[in-house]
Design a protein around this ligand. Sequence first.
Ligand SMILES: *Cc1c(COP(=O)(O)O)cnc(C)c1O
Length: 460
Amino acid sequence: MRYISTRGQAPVLNFEEAMLTGLASDGGLYVPETIPTLSEAEIAGLAGLSYEEAAFLVMKPFIGDTFTDAEFKEIIAKAYVGFKHDARAPLVQLGPNHFLLELFHGPTLAFKDFAMQLIGQLFQAALSRSGKRVTIVGATSGDTGSAAIEAFKGLSNVDVFILFPHGRVSDVQRRQMTTPSEANVHALAVEGDFDDCQAALKEMFADHDFREGVKLAAVNSINWARVLAQVVYYFTSAVSLGAPHRKVSFTVPTGNFGDIFAGYIAKRMGLPIDKLVIATNQNDILHRTMVTGAYTKEGVTPSISPSMDIQVSSNFERALFDVYDREGAAITQLMDELKSGSFAISQGAMDRLRETFASGRASENETMATITDMYARSGEVLCPHTAVAVKVGEENLSEVPMISLSTAHPAKFPAAVEAACGVHPALPPHMADLFERDERFTVVPNDLEGLKTLIRERLA
Ligand SMILES: *Cc1c(COP(=O)(O)O)cnc(C)c1O
């Protein structure tokens, strides 16, 4: 299995190289050269398997010969052993034909653990074999950072630096990043917003000397291995509801388009997905794009679903690459236009996007009202991100079962949840002492050169 860049100018890599590199050197994102498919019989055969067994069968075609079957099975087993639910990704029912896929039973209580725990084990296995060392720098709107720190802390061949927007993540999110005491963990509070953090990260990758000097690796949602890990729960949940003999739809609370892009890959692999519904909060660039065909940057307005507070949606480039017939030059041109704030998507490309994706948006009030309402109607306490999905999912109900993704535990966002439904969501027992632990982080100006210097100094 070979991986190519969406901008067509970076070297073609194998799975291990694409995973360790993250962002391609031409500024593009790595995608598989061809998408493997599972037959109807193979999909049907996933029924009744454990999450780990299904994960092995779904992901194996993508990893080539990077790991033997036995090694890959062990990696998967280690990745998910820390999850607090035997099903890993259980389904619960919200109402007629509407289901919730709970993705928050991992160590940091958000769906990002599915990808990050796997990536931690993949990196460890690959690096300890080669004796190499890498520096992971990640930008986070809240949940990625804690998931990365939890996955990489204490690993011997990795240093992990996480950039998060100072004062713009929840207390629980910040404490999950700032309380681990392992020496290879560096939490950096940037005086800016998430897009500033992400922009700094992209600049670091574009700086060849820095990139090579510190052996930079990215584990943001642009990392292909992360997308891959997320493909699995689309299969396990769909099969639970009758796939491949019955279609299902998904509504996905979306920021960087990583999670929903994994659903798109599942569909391309043969899973009978009817609609993939993009659910955004008030930072709705993707919803506006689906409605108007113009991808236009606006400022970020902080919301009660902070992990979706983004201005540009990095992984959308991967979807564009496909609907532009995989022409790297076309994508390069669109991304150049975006530097001045906007690009228009061709009618043909929009038609193809709309064949697969629908979209919707939830305002702050609608998000709150959905938490209130769902608690009254089903007893389920939703986190604000999940409420965005549930609101948009309800608007898209049909005769096809709808699965809305529940991406975080409500206890990560207790203030909004309590204000909406009167229930104070308690942290699970393994995190009950989070507010007693010591914090350790550095506040840094939003300045690229300063950030690079700090990273070099910490590594020295
Ligand atoms: C990251 C995150 C999202 C958005 O996921 P993307 O892959 O960036 O679209 C949604 N909900 C929660 C809780 C998250 O942490």
